[in-house]
Design a binder for this molecule. Structure first.
Ligand code: CAA
Length: 261
């Protein structure tokens, strides 16, 4: 993997992806989006023993301050729609990733940055984080999923308010309305908390973790029958070696050793 805009560091099976354009508040330009797409689409396979992913931004000021506005100038309707579609598809790869992905939001999470955090399975913010969808300030609507995921996470009324006013909210309010899971003091503490949660999940059955993500996501996908997926995957899990090991470990009063099979 040879990335220009992302830093990737793997420890204890946790890959930490840092969006590394601090001079532009980590705004998502073409390189960032292409590299995220490559990582979640294919490149993760080259990391031995990968168990989970953290996404964060370089520095203390911003997670991601949105899509790179400086790349918008020359776009016509077709090119704008294609940019949005590629971003949506990339964020879908994250949302549907078979391993847990946590956003550590270390500052501004605006526009495409808030959308990136929402595509992750959980969000932990530092106390200086600020969230918002300021697209209407630019005469735009969100392009990377906020019109869908923001109402899913916080309900239609509040989502409409944030999307139409472009107001920014602080981390504590984001937690109060259900946009994020936890607020930590600073970035280091947020990273520690994310790693603690991911290490706990890594002790569970990998197949069950992947299928839980799939089943929960089905609730939000009108093309899928979530209950059908739940009973089908319940069956697949119950027939798995992991479930046999989990049940045996329960009876033998010991910790299960899962293989993901
Ligand atoms: N795109 C490109 N560059 C950006 C950027 C963005 N989204 N956000 C910040 N930057 C750049 C600034 O242009 C500036 O660069 P220069 O030093 O070369 O001028 C640098 O980052 C630092 O930014 P500021 O000087 O503006 O920092 P500040 O502390 O005064 O303000 C801020 C911080 C409030 C986050 C402000 O930068 C801001 O409002 N940024 C834009 C936020 C935004 O509108 N995001 C939505 C983008 S559209 C989108 O994301 C659509 C979508 O859904 C796909």
């Amino acid at each position: 993997m040879n990335y220009e805009a992302l830093l990737i560091d793997t420890q204890d099976g946790i890959a930490t992806i840092t969006i590394n354009r601090p001079q532009a508040l980590n705004a998502i330009n073409k390189s960032v989006m292409t590299e995220l797409n490559s990582f979640f689409g294919n490149d993760y396979k080259s990391i031995d023993g990968l168990k989970s992913v953290i996404i964060t931004g370089a520095g203390e000021k911003a997670f991601v301050a949105g899509a790179d506005i400086k790349e918008f100038a020359s776009l016509d309707a077709a090119a704008g729609s294609a940019l949005s579609k590629y971003g949506q598809d990339t964020y879908m790869l994250i949302e549907n990733f078979h391993l847990p992905v946590i956003a550590v939001v270390n500052g501004f999470a605006l526009g495409g940055g808030c959308e990136l955090a929402m595509a992750c399975h959980m969000r932990i913010a530092s106390s200086n984080a600020k969230f918002g969808q300021p697209e209407v300030n630019l005469g735009l609507i969100p392009g990377y999923g906020a019109s869908q995921r923001l109402p899913q996470l916080i309900g239609k009324s509040k989502a409409m308010e944030l999307l139409l006013t472009a107001d920014m909210i602080k981390a504590e309010e984001a937690k109060a309305i259900g946009l994020i899971n936890y607020v930590a003091e600073d970035k280091a503490e947020a990273l520690d908390l994310a790693k603690t949660i991911l290490k706990k999940i890594a002790t569970k059955g990998p197949l069950a973790v992947a299928k839980t993500i799939q089943a929960v996501n089905a609730y939000y996908d009108e093309s899928k029958d979530g209950y059908q997926i739940e009973h089908q995957e319940f069956g697949n899990c119950i027939a798995s070696e992991d479930c046999k090991e989990g049940a045996l470990a329960f009876v033998e009063k010991r910790r299960a050793v899962f293989t993901g099979k």
